[in-house]
Ligand binder design. Structure first.
Ligand code: NOJ
Ligand code: CA
Length: 581
């Protein structure tokens, strides 16, 4: 969205002990048109200086027993966001992640989340009564949840409210609850599409470590840069370029990772120079494996090197459940770490795309170099893993849950849906592959917002593919968003107007069921003709046995037209609308 209005009523309630230590704090409330938020403000005072929080006793008590859409926050087993969503009545959930989306039986939709998480533990939600939730804070290694000293202010607890799921988006309350931009010169921050040496590793063609199948060779990187340059993608991601990937990098918390030393078959400077000469941003990968000490010790020297090479984008990674020191993945220790990375990156003119991150709480308003992040089961789970990947309904849930927190780097655009080439080997019928149609892969660029969007497949998969024209054309930066229709877990139709361009894009996706949807084009300028380019599922397309059947056609439309979209099971449709001069 181009313009965000910060408009609210505020109430401050001071609370004080009337005897004893006479400690005091203020509860600050803000009421917006689309929700309410509150936080605790602890002023400096004689009897409350340094403190440790062992539990936050805020409660969210519901009269209704809404249907909730959740992923587990089970820190003992796997401390991550990469689960499939489940739905159940509030009275049945245990401990879950935020944002938590809830459909009231009486109609409205309510989303619990937090904003301006800067020096506190991230908030999960644990059920403590029949219909009552309490923040569950991720701990330090010693069990303490938050360490602080007055004056101190907690993150905001936010309650977004809408009449229907389709009215939840775009949500800007979280942005409004963060401090304004701190970066004076934002010219290095550029929304872009990118390709990368990435899917080839996940699917099996390449490896991260050096060796016969090494993906990140100088030559291969140049090929990906050439492809990006030829197709209007402005970035190329390279993973597996730096030493440290061989051996058990997860088990050893990335002890061997260097963020400055490249493998011998990858000439860091030559690739960076080449990218610059082709007008492509090189995106360098920094996998930490949660070896935070190792990463932080190298942070300045690494970013200084990247800056000197003209590299202005990194992708970070935090594959592991805890830090090497035993701190929780989303505890205060990690919240501080992520801030440190964002602020240090800003100092060197570098943007960040974080995987296995902490959840977005609107910090990109203050630090707009915090471009995008993962924080859910992304497309990587579709690369042939034994659990079969993300089911067709997955993205129709993500839109109404994870994406309410902020942009997500989902990595759509897999064209070789059966992984015939990207796996680098002959595959047996029935082996896991992406559960999608080709048209749905295109629609995801419009549906799942991110200012950086990957053309995720290996570049060979795009050769001779007419559908790739949509990936070339689609915008990544938007002025306006309209959710036309949607039902959580079933389908969603979104229209977005490209920033600084007289073009609209429509994306529609469905779960495992075929759908017939009608889309009135009343968002277009009245009295103007547009050329609509459709990328639609073919008549017998099906995610399971006919995923690539597609019809590409175009037609003139106006604001009074209504489109009829037919989506295949597990399918979608992508549309570009351009003014006819
Ligand atoms: C998980 C990330 O989500 C993925 O994008 C990356 O390739 C691997 N970790 C390796 O770091
Ligand atoms: Ca991941």
């Amino acid at each position: 969205m181009r313009q965000v209005r910060d408009h609210y009523q505020e109430l401050r309630v001071r609370v004080a002990e009337t005897a004893g230590l006479r400690r005091t704090f203020t509860v600050l409330f803000r009421a917006f048109d689309d929700g309410v938020a509150f936080r605790y403000d602890l002023p400096a005072q004689p009897n409350l200086g340094a403190f440790a929080i062992s539990e936050e006793l805020t409660e969210f008590a519901f009269a209704d027993n809404p249907k909730t859409w959740w992923i587990p926050a089970n820190r003992r087993a796997m401390d991550r966001f990469e689960f499939l969503y489940a739905s159940s009545p509030l009275s049945m959930i245990d401990s879950v992640r935020s944002p938590l989306t809830m459909e009231m039986q009486s109609g409205p939709v309510v989303v619990l989340h937090e904003a301006h998480l800067e020096d506190y533990a991230a908030m999960d939600l644990a059920r403590v009564g029949e219909r009552t939730l309490r923040p569950a804070l991720a701990p330090w290694a010693d069990g303490v949840k938050v360490r602080g000293r007055t004056p101190f202010v907690t993150p905001w607890r936010t309650i977004q409210i809408a009449d229907s799921p389709a009215e939840l988006v775009p949500s800007v309350m979280g942005l409004n609850l963060n401090p304004p931009n701190r970066i004076a010169d934002t010219r290095f921050i550029e929304p872009l599409k990118y390709d990368g040496i990435w899917w080839g590793m996940h699917a099996g063609k390449y490896t991260w470590p050096s060796g016969p199948k090494h993906g990140a060779t100088t030559e291969n990187a140049k090929r990906y840069i050439d492809f990006a340059a030829a197709n209007g993608l402005r970035g190329t991601l390279v993973e597996g370029w730096n030493v440290g990937w061989s051996g058990d990098w997860i088990g050893t918390y990335g002890r061997e990772f260097s963020f400055t030393r490249a493998y011998p078959d990858y000439d860091l400077r030559a690739v960076a120079d080449y990218a610059r000469s082709r007008g492509v941003q090189l995106i360098l990968h920094n996998e930490t494996a949660m070896g935070i000490g190792n990463y932080e010790r190298q942070l300045d020297s690494a970013f200084e090197l990247y800056k000197s090479l003209g590299v202005s984008s990194i992708k970070t990674g935090y594959v592991n459940d805890k830090t090497a020191e035993g701190h929780a993945h989303t505890g205060q220790f990690m919240v501080r770490h992520h801030r440190k990375v964002i602020e240090t990156a800003a100092k060197y003119g570098i943007t960040v795309n974080a995987h296995e991150p902490i959840m977005d709480t609107g910090e990109r308003r203050t630090w707009p170099n915090m471009l995008s992040r993962e924080g859910a089961r992304g497309g990587e789970y579709n690369a042939g893993g034994p659990d079969g990947g993300n089911p067709p309904e997955h993205e129709t849930i993500l839109f109404f849950t994870r994406l309410l927190a902020g942009p997500m780097d989902y990595t759509p655009g897999v064209f070789d849906i059966r992984l015939a080439t990207s796996s680098g080997r002959a595959r047996m019928p029935g082996e896991p592959r992406v559960r999608t149609t080709l048209a749905k892969q295109l629609a995801l660029y419009v549906v799942l917002y991110s200012p950086v969007q990957m053309a995720a497949d290996i570049i060979e998969s795009y050769e001779g593919q007419p559908a790739f024209q949509f990936v070339r054309d689609v915008a990544v930066d938007w002025d306006t968003t309209r959710v036309i229709d949607g039902k959580i877990g079933d389908y969603v139709v979104v229209a977005r107007k490209a920033a600084a361009r007289d073009e609209w894009f429509v994306g529609a996706i469905t779960d495992e069921n075929a759908r017939d949807l009608s889309v009135p084009l009343d968002f277009l300028d009245a009295g103007t003709r547009y050329r609509a380019e459709f990328y639609a599922d073919g008549p017998t397309a099906h995610w399971l046995d006919n995923p690539t059947e597609m019809i590409i056609r175009s037609e003139a439309v106006t604001a009074t037209s209504t489109l009829r979209l037919q989506l295949a099971p597990g399918g979608g449709q992508a549309i570009r609308l351009r003014k006819i001069p």
